[in-house]
Structures are given as C-alpha cells and as structure tokens.
Design a protein around this ligand. Sequence first.
Ligand code: FMN
Length: 447
Amino acid sequence: MKIELGGTEQVNSKYAPLLESFAFKNGVQLKNRMVMAPMTNWSSNPDGTVTDDEVNYYARRSSGVGLVITACTYVTANGKGFHGEFGGDRDELIPSLKRLAAGIKEQGAKAILQIFHGGRQVPPELIPNGDVVSASSIPVEGVGKPVPRELSEQEVESIVRDFGEATRRAIEAGYDGVEIHGANGYLIQQFFSPHSNRREDRWGGSLEKRLTFPLAVVDEVKRVAAEHANGSFIVGYRFSPEEPETPGITMADTLVLIDELAKKELEYLHVSLHDFWSTPKRGVDDSRSRIEIIQERVGDQVPVIGVGSIYTPDDALKAFQTGVPLIALGRELIIDPDWVQKVAEGRETEIITEINKENQQQLVIPDPLWQAISYTWMVSGSSLKKKSSSLTWMNSFTVYIRHYKYFHQNELIRGCLHNQPIDLQFRQQAHKPDGAAQLYEELNHQI
Ligand SMILES: Cc1cc2nc3c(=O)[nH]c(=O)nc-3n(C[C@H](O)[C@H](O)[C@H](O)COP(=O)(O)O)c2cc1C
C-alpha cells in the first residue's frame, strides 16, 4: 500500500517507520529516523579548514536524513588522525566549522560535530614534533607502529578540557550537538582498553579506573554545553563494543561502560559496527547480536543509533525490530545521496547500492574521497582476490585496507578481510593521495 504524502509523493506504507519523526529527551525533533554516519573524507585544507568540495559533499547528503554526523574533527593538534582532516582545536577555525554546520542545516538536517583525538593511531607526520601520545606507551599491534608517549596526568586533564573547548566552538559555530568519538580504537577508547591503558594512577588500573577518562570527557562536554548552549544542544557518545586484541575490550566491559554512560543524560549512544548484526566474540554467554544485547541493557534510558551494512529499506526495517530507534547510513549515502528521498517518494526500488565509477561529479564526491574509493577498486581487482591467507593489520596504511573493506561490494572478499586480516607493509609515501601507484605495486608484491 502507498500513502500520499502531499503533492505527487507516495510512500510505501511498509517503510513509514523509517520516516517517522523522532524527539530526543531534550525536545529536539528529527524529521525522520535516518542518520548520516560519521565518515572521514580526507578533503580539508592542510590548515584544518573545510573546503568547498567538502561542504558541497555534505550539503548533497543533508536533505533526506534527519541527522548528519560529520567526519571526526581533532580537538588537540596532536590528535589529528588523518590527512585532510578538518580541525576544531582553535578559535580561528570557528568560521570554517560554521560553514560546514550551515551547509548541512540549510538542507534541513540537524548537524552534529564528531569530536576526536586519535591518540596512538595518528600518523606521526601529521602532528607537532611527531609526538604520538596515548594512555600508555603501548603501540598498536603490528610491525613498525610508533610507540606512543604516555601522557602525563596534567596532559590528560588538558585533553579533557580540549574536548570541552571544541564543544564550545561547535556551539558558537551553530551545530545542534556534538558526538564524542569514543570508538574505533582512538584515544578515548585507548583509555578504556586494557590493551592500551596500563596506567596505575587515577586514569587506569581497574575497569572502573579505565572509565575515568571517557566519563571525564562526557562530564566536561556536558558542563560546557550547559554553560554555553541552551538545553537543546545534543551530546551523543559513540563506542565500539569489542576489541580483537588480548587483553582488549570485551562485551562484558562494554555493558559496564554503557551502564555508566546511561547515567550521564546523554541524548544518544551510537554503536560503531560494520555489520549491524555482528555477534559478541567474548565476555558474554549470549548468541544474540551485539546490538540486541546493548539495546536490551540500555532499555529506554537513552536512545541508541545502530549502523553497519544497512543497504536497503528492508534492512533498515529489520534493524528497527531490535528496538533501536535510529539507524545510520554510511557508505550507502556516499553511493546514493538520495537513499532517504527515494524511500519517501515510493521509489525505493531505485536505490543504488553499488557505486557508479563514472559519477563522481553527479554524486558530489571530493577528489580525495573519490581516490580512496578508486584505490579500493584497484585493490579489489588485484591478486588480493586470489589469496586470502595469513595476514595482520599494519601501520597507518591500514586506512587503505579499510577503504577496500568499506567499498567492496563482494561479500566473499569482504568476509575474507574481516576474518583473516591482511598483512601488508607499505612505504610511507603510499599513505598520501598521490601514492596510489606505489600502493598498488606494494600490494601486488606482497600478496
Ligand atoms: C570512508 C569512511 C570513513 C569513516 N570515518 C569515520 C569517522 O570519521 N568516524 C567514525 O566514527 N566512523 C567512521 N567510519 C565508520 C562509519 O561511521 C560506519 O560505522 C561504517 O561505515 C559502517 O556503516 P555503513 O555500512 O553504513 O557504511 C567511516 C567509514 C567510512 C566508509
């Protein structure tokens, strides 16, 4: 059955749950349940300001979804995690932050700035003096990873304040909220993780003490929001439920984290997953998906955003059955910026799920992001297909392998990457956008 929306639009009533409005506890209304997931696009200027191409890319994707979460922005100079990442670490960047917020909001979505520190995962060449820092001097697993310097207590406190300062800038720049990036192995997660946090002061030790930094960041961000914004400013928190390393974060640890976060009057929790339906590896004796376990634990204390390979409206409908009220789309919106509009207009069968290699201009994708996608095709067309053995993730070039995983549509190859991580060592220059050729050579050489 199709329902008239007004004018000639007709929505298939089956998909109405995707398009229902949603109200956060602070009263802010979203026009529907679909969210744009945070995605780094490598397209900002070297000085940390956003580019026109980047603003246009967001604007093109901001008229369908109810909420857009930006790519991560660094709150401290030594937290910059990516080439072409935009900054939120100093007041002179407020006009740049403002341009992005306006570009999103003018199209009708609420705009959330994702605030971040990369910790031990930052490429040394991107930060002052190559001074890579973390909770402890434990590098990411793999050969050639920089050994981070353990932050002093004073420095930890200073980074907590930096998250607050970035929040103030977000408020001044007109964002509707911030998302604290506590996921994907970056600094906040590094403090929570028993792998990267071996401290014995008040910031580490027991599980409770490893929570100190994430919760201090939440408190500071909330304090600043209360001081500088009205009650309608949104504060969300993103986390990854498990880590592969031993020791590492388990589902049991995550349940403790979310119990604590639920007490903090956050507007939402966002579970970072590549597969919405993935199941726990350790820590709970439960065969249900991670998201179901998390949603059950959180209950109606705080809304949860789910994400991960939700390609079609039917995938989204099924995901809503878990009780999660909001669903984020990442790659799906790169590939089809009109995903939500097509559902709203009853044209859901026209949703595109595989990127058209001829359509960069039409899709309004900045060159660096387009190149990242192109590398993925190159890699997926290479001998990687034929061999799936033996590999572990290596240094900062992991990012290219992630692109590969993100954009390849072939389940077999994606699965093989997920289950048998690939061991590739690249020369430093292959990390840069113009290093595509070297990267390709290296891949063929090593696999
Ligand atoms: C190109 C790209 C960049 C990403 N950058 C970020 C980021 O800056 N912050 C973040 O929390 N997650 C990031 N992610 C993860 C996505 O938010 C999302 O969790 C993931 O893509 C799975 O959702 P999808 O299957 O809908 O793409 C990125 C993903 C992609 C594909």
